[in-house]
Design a protein around this ligand. Structure first.
Ligand code: SAH
Length: 463
């Protein structure tokens, strides 16, 4: 990162703007919004600057800039259309260690000004490090639509209550939880809906309640982390990842997804070896319950969708039996993610009217399918965990009458930068696995839709 992002307190501080055009006027105005004391030096000034001067909000000296003008200012902005002057301002200011910004000339700047999304007192600053102001503006426009206008009011209310909340909840953990509940609960919703009095009353009630919230029972979020690309997370998944106290994740969750978990959250890796499911699973269920009973918000992060070959059902069965509140957040399952990123539609009017998801995990060396139901014309088969038992799968499919030339694909590390798509036929599947280095996790897709890959393939990963 080339620039160090900070917010400066300029209240009552002297700031200098050299230049009298409309850009200079804009900068003067921005400085005024931060309560700075602004002096504009320029022989001629646009009407906006004269107006500000007449209102007594800024001072304006109508003359050329002189080197000795740069004295003890908190910051200096050069916005003249004279390159020489701009350069001079920059050099003198830098020589005196005064932060200086030269409009549209990053090389002469010691600081740059970000694009701002303003929900005073909340400010979101966007910077591209001077690389592309247009990109910064586009990003800003996006963020503007995402952040409710009432966020500013929400922040003000929270500020007014801060000291009282601190006295009421001296424990940092309790206090954080109180604020999280407030900011994400009914109080915030009421403020957003314009019901300010109701919101303030509700907040007041929470603060004066007799009982200490203390050790509440925690809750568990069973969250689908999707197949790998973090962009495929749901908004809710991300929100809960940002408010969890503990996160339990396993081998299948992509590191790029785990990286989005709140930094302060405790992260517990519960990766398990493929063939030793049973014992750790019971321990894991137990751990979820223990943590929740300690009053924590426990997020169980799973690859793909928690209810598709993820044992998510088993994990929450025990929670339900123990009376611990939980919620389940769906994720994009591997079949869907891999198929999309490989350009293989799972259904298609001409090629497939149905699609079945199966697990290729062997039980005692066998695959126990209803084979006639599986091998149907115009049906796509998506096989999870199928690589290890690929020989058994191929043999069974052929023995049960599937055409040897049925198109098939193996998608390795789908939706991630490591994605590779190998295509062939049911007959050549096993050979693909033995001759190419197929890395887990991999998904097998069988059916005529695989033929479309050549035409519809679009994802190349980062270049
Ligand atoms: N709950 C998960 C599936 C768990 S089973 C889901 O809904 O996706 C684990 C299997 O999923 C792996 O053996 C592999 O077959 C498949 N899988 C998961 N992520 C994958 C990915 N990014 N690319 C290819 N296959 C994947």
């Amino acid at each position: 990162m080339g620039f160090f992002p900070i917010f400066l307190n300029l209240t009552g501080r002297r700031c200098l703007v050299v230049g009298g055009g409309s850009v200079a006027a804009g900068k003067a105005r921005q400085l005024l919004e931060s309560n700075a004391e602004v002096l504009v030096i320029a022989p001629a000034a646009v009407a906006e600057i004269s107006a500000l001067r007449e209102e007594g909000r800024i001072r304006h000296e109508a003359r050329e800039f002189l080197p000795e003008d740069i004295s003890d200012y908190a910051l200096v902005i050069a916005a003249t259309d004279n390159e020489q002057v701009n350069k001079q301002v920059s050099e003198i200011a830098k020589g005196k260690n005064i932060p200086v910004n030269v409009v549209d000339n990053p090389e002469l700047c010691s600081f740059i000004m970000p694009s701002i999304i303003n929900r005073d007192p909340v400010q979101v600053a966007v910077s591209t490090g001077g690389a592309s102001p247009v990109l910064a503006r586009l990003l800003r426009a996006k963020l503007e639509t995402l952040i409710p206008a009432a966020y500013g009011r929400l922040a003000e209310v929270m500020r007014d209550f801060r000291a009282r909340v601190k006295t009421r909840f001296p424990d940092v953990g309790e206090r954080r939880r109180f604020w999280e509940d407030t900011l994400q609960g009914p109080v915030a919703e009421m403020l957003f809906a314009g019901r300010e009095t109701a919101a303030l009353n509700a907040l007041e009630r929470e603060l004066t309640k007799e009982s200490v919230p203390g050790r509440k029972t925690g809750e568990v979020y069973l969250v689908g982390g999707g197949p790998g690309d973090p962009d495929l997370l749901t908004f809710r998944a991300l929100r809960l990842m940002q408010q969890a106290d503990v996160v339990l994740y396993d081998r299948l969750v992509a590191p790029a997804v785990v990286a989005l978990v709140r930094k302060e959250a405790e992260k517990i890796y519960v990766g398990k070896q493929r063939d030793s499911h049973t014992a750790p699973q019971a321990e894991l269920n137990e751990l979820l319950i223990t943590l929740a009973k300690q009053g924590k918000r426990v997020l169980r992060l799973k690859g793909g969708d928690p209810f598709i070959f993820g044992r998510g059902g088993e994990e929450i069965e025990e929670l339900a039996a123990s009376g611990i509140p939980f919620q389940v957040v769906p994720g994009i399952t591997a079949a869907s993610g891999c198929a999309s990123y490989a350009g293989i539609p799972l259904t298609h009017r001409d090629h497939a009217q149905s699609c079945v998801f199966v697990t290729g995990h062997l039980k005692d060396g066998r695959l126990d399918f209803n084979w006639p139901a599986l091998i149907q014309p115009k049906q796509t088969i998506a096989i999870y965990m199928g690589v290890k038992g690929i020989d058994v799968l191929r043999r069974n499919l052929l023995e049960q009458g599937m055409r040897a030339d049925t198109p098939a694909a193996i998608i390795q590390q789908g939706t991630t930068p490591g994605q590779k798509v190998h295509t062939g036929t049911v007959d050549t599947l096993a050979e693909i696995v033995s001759t190419r280095q197929i890395k887990p996790p991999s998904m097998i897709i069988i059916g005529n839709v695989v033929k479309l890959h050549e035409k519809l393939s679009w994802y190349a990963g980062p270049t």
